[in-house]
Design a protein around this ligand. Sequence first.
Ligand code: SF4
Length: 170
Amino acid sequence: MAPVLETRSDCSRCAALCCIAYPSEEMPGFSAAKQAGQPCPMLGADALCTIYEHRAEEGFSGCIRFECFGAGQHVVQTLFEGRDWRGDGALLGPMVEAFLALRPVSDLAYLVERALGVAPTDPALLQLREELADIAGSRETLADSARIARAGQAVRRAYASLDPASLQNS
Ligand code: SF4
């Protein structure tokens, strides 16, 4: 059985992947211009944010609101076994690619955990939790877009049978 995916970000175990992966036009609340895969200009040489404490005042409130649902630390700690691009620049591209591939899976895993909060023994949800963890287990399985799409459809089916009011209160 694959381990349960974490569904909350832990930046201390990531490598600033969200500060690199996206182009600025896909980053609401981000007041600089950058291409996909290019480090944010506010990222220091130590790969820490140089304006972390006053991002909102500097026009980067989107960074405060951004949540990767655990994708960042999963890429670094699981898919790259603790290695990161700060020690080997050649890893930057593959790590960003893995992060972008994992993001939709992490979104689905978050939705499944939320649903399990109100239906903790639902067999379909428990099976989906395992399926998503399995997909996230390697870069090869993350490349299976048809499998990810099927998981997304299954999540939508699972939600269709849940009481929306119970989700709002969870
Ligand atoms: S402003 Fe800071 S937190 Fe936001 S993307 Fe740049 S380095 Fe990352």
